[in-house]
Design a protein around this ligand. Structure first.
Ligand code: SF4
Length: 205
């Protein structure tokens, strides 16, 4: 990742009351997250390929944190309960579907629990992004979310809307549609609430 790109993104985020930080690797980013969060604090985890590969939930649980990660639930009822409890945690850690160089954080959610927690509830939010999530503009970020992230996430969730075969969005009305909540975070009211960890590796959709 070019130094100019990182500096541009961190400046754009700062103008939106969001703190941006740069890391060479996901492992470095994870170590910083583990350092920032005390073992007495509760943590909600957004469903994310990036965070899964970082094994963040396992590490937090091992040292005693109370972690709400729906991917560790045993059944549908537990999934629902975890999604609700993760809305009132001390920390919420999540990936994102795209971020523009102008600092727009763009996500598409199926049920909306992840974007709900990003918007309001948890006291602190950390958004972890690989370099593959960065686009030049908001339009490109939305394009990425619809045509790259959503088809892959639909497949990962075992859904079969038309984009899984077509590898592009046709704005379907399929019962398997995963695109119910398109959310653009433009900024933060509280200046220390949201942090974006920009990682110089590619991961996730
Ligand atoms: S609206 Fe439908 S076709 Fe478009 S990305 Fe979402 S699920 Fe796929």
């Amino acid at each position: 990742m070019e130094k100019d790109t990182v500096e541009h993104l961190i400046k754009s985020l700062s103008e939106r009351n969001i703190q941006g930080y740069y890391f060479e690797s996901f492992n470095e980013a994870k170590l910083e997250i583990m350092k920032m969060i005390s073992k007495h604090e509760s943590v909600g985890i957004g469903n994310s390929v990036t965070l899964k590969r970082m094994e963040l939930s396992n590490d937090l649980i091992s040292r005693g944190n109370n972690v709400y990660d729906k991917t560790l639930a045993k059944n549908k009822e537990e999934i629902k309960e975890i999604k609700r409890k993760a809305l009132l945690t001390d920390w919420y850690i999540t990936g994102t579907n795209a971020i523009s160089l102008e600092g727009h954080i763009v996500n598409m959610d199926h049920s909306g629990n992840r974007v709900a927690a990003m918007l309001y509830g948890p006291n602190n939010v950390v958004v972890v992004i690989g370099s593959n999530k960065i686009t030049k503009t908001l339009d490109e970020a939305v394009y990425r979310v619809r045509n790259i992230a959503s088809p892959k996430n639909a497949k990962r969730a075992g859904m079969n809307p038309p984009c899984v075969d077509l590898q592009k969005c046709i704005d379907c009305k399929s019962p398997d549609r995963v695109c119910n909540n398109l959310v653009v975070i433009e900024g933060q009211n509280e200046s220390r609430r949201m942090k974006v960890f920009i990682v110089n590796e590619e991961e996730g959709f």
